[in-house]
Design a binder for this molecule. Structure first.
Ligand code: HEC
Ligand code: HEC
Length: 443
């Protein structure tokens, strides 16, 4: 009896201790990411309710929240977000007023089979349309300084950095005149899944940046109204956000897997793919290889578009200093072979999203030249056999097709959108490719 009272007391003390314990860096990071506005709003609150006026419809669609999400390719927030989709955020606007801005999850939040996932790259977003329509609805100038996206599901995140750093000095003070750091807006960047970061020692598609840099992921804060002191103040929160990103795990394939077939696929993977993409299972190894451009042969625009002018400006700026370390951009010779954890969920594939399925990744001669898709992310939009998004071959767009509709067509003959290269699956038989795809579902 006495002993059980003692046990009870210990338990109570232990529990109260657990309750009073400080949140961990990971928990703080998650909270900051989901709840904190790091930059001021871009648009007045009313812009959200009025955006439909640009959609060519006679009246405001019923079920407006859903219509808005689908129009721009945003997803349901799996956390409280003032009724806004994931990636939009209530933030300070004019003095004493709240407006709407964006956050990391506009690009780094996706959904699959109807479930919003933080850290899944958003493969349905039309960020160009979002900015144009919200500006128009907020009675603001609509002309954007460059293409924020050329094709739906990709964006020009690199151009944002090049453009915005052009308006800052090395200490991030805003400058009146823009330095030309080599602005190009045809990279068509696919957004990498955040759960891969923990394996990487270098990041971004070309692997030129230290994957543990906190300040690098703060480039997003270069809103015209943020001052050097705001960056310094936000750094501890970004350190936590990085810890949260490093804690994320790839989602498991939710449908049936043929275990025997997958086992055959594992052998094919080890033979043909593991030297670049690493091994998986109990003792995973990731070699963090950068493959020279000539050898990988995928589209070179992303590689060429961010050049030495930006590299030097970045590397001598606040972003590249971190504590007593320096984390400059170290130019590479090609593209980083990414880890393939959760690869089933991250279609379309390659740094420019030019391959809609794993099947097309594995045969360079069988990749669609011009294609479109529903841009829905439900089970019905997902191709379990070829693994990726169901797509349709698209005819050449009529000359009068609106830019919004044109961005739904992925034309691999246009700049930044080439779908050649990565021929490592070309010599496999169809049966081998099928087995390999089954194995890839298990990662
Ligand atoms: C406009 C879309 C967009 C926004 C907003 C955005 N990102 Fe990204 N992010 C990208 C794209 C695209 C890449 C890949 C860039 C490349 O290499 O071309 C990327 C890459 C990254 C990577 C490296 C991933 C890897 O494995 O190489 C990290 C980490 C990251 N972003 C964090 C953030 C954080 C944190 C925020 C918010 C503060 C943010 N991003 C906001 C589009 C965005
Ligand atoms: C010589 C190195 C190398 C070999 C061998 C190789 N890959 Fe890759 N792989 C890469 C690189 C580099 C990329 C990124 C290319 C890009 O995005 O432009 C890539 C991209 C991919 C992607 C797209 C990843 C994404 O997130 O979009 C998949 C899937 C893939 N490889 C699977 C395979 C499979 C399966 C094999 C074996 C048949 C294989 N790779 C063999 C280097 C390699």
């Amino acid at each position: 009896m006495k002993r059980s009272i003692f046990a009870c007391l210990t338990l109570i003390i232990a529990c109260s201790f657990a309750v009073s314990v400080e949140p961990t860096a990971i928990e703080r990071g998650k909270r900051s990411l989901e709840q904190k506005a790091f930059i001021p709003a871009f648009w007045p609150k009313s812009a959200y309710d009025l955006a439909w006026k640009r959609w060519g419809v006679a009246e405001k669609p019923k079920n407006y929240h859903v219509a808005f999400r689908e129009r721009y390719g945003l997803h349901d927030a799996p956390y409280p977000n003032d009724g806004l989709p994931m990636g939009l955020r209530t933030a300070p606007y004019l003095p004493f007023t709240k407006g709407i801005g964006i956050d990391c999850l506009a690009c780094h939040g996706g959904s699959i089979a109807g479930k919003g996932i933080v850290g899944l790259g958003n493969s349905t977003l039309d960020v160009h349309a979002l900015f144009e329509d919200m500006a128009a609805a907020g009675n603001m100038p609509v002309n954007l300084p460059f293409h924020f996206s050329n094709v739906r599901g990709t964006n020009e995140a690199g151009a944002f950095s090049v453009y915005l750093l052009g308006y800052r000095d090395a200490d991030l003070n805003p400058t009146a005149n823009m330095r030309d750091l080599g602005l190009h807006d045809d990279s068509c960047e696919d957004v990498p899944a955040w759960w891969l970061l923990k394996k990487k020692s270098t990041m971004y598609h070309v692997g030129a940046t230290d994957a543990r840099s906190v300040r690098s992921i703060m480039q997003f804060m270069m809103h015209p109204l943020t001052l050097p002191a705001d960056f310094a103040k936000a750094e501890p929160a970004f350190r936590d956000i990085q810890q949260y990103i490093l804690s994320l795990e790839a989602p498991k394939y939710p449908y049936a897997i043929d275990a025997k077939l997958a086992d055959n696929g594992r052998a094919i993977f080890h033979e043909n793919c593991a030297k670049c993409h690493g091994t998986y299972g109990d003792q995973p190894k990731y070699p963090n290889k950068i493959i020279p451009l000539d050898e990988i042969g995928t589209d070179r625009k992303r590689f060429d578009n961010i050049g030495t002018a930006f590299g030097e400006a970045y590397s001598t700026s606040w972003f590249a200093k971190e504590g007593d370390k320096v984390m400059p951009i170290k130019p590479t010779v090609g593209y980083q072979a990414p880890p393939l954890d959760g690869i089933w969920a991250t279609a379309p594939y390659f740094h420019n999203g030019s391959s809609p399925t794993l099947k097309s990744v594995l045969n360079s001669k069988d990749r669609p030249k011009r294609f479109t898709r529903s841009f829905g992310t439900s089970e019905a939009d997902y191709d379990k056999r070829n693994v990726g998004w169901i797509f349709q071959n698209a005819p050449a767009p009529a000359p009068d097709l609106s830019p919004f509709e044109k961005r739904k067509i992925y034309d691999t003959s246009l700049p930044g959108r080439g779908n050649g290269g990565h021929t490592y699956g070309d010599d496999l038989s169809d049966a081998e490719r099928t087995a390999l795809i089954e194995y890839l579902k298990t990662l």
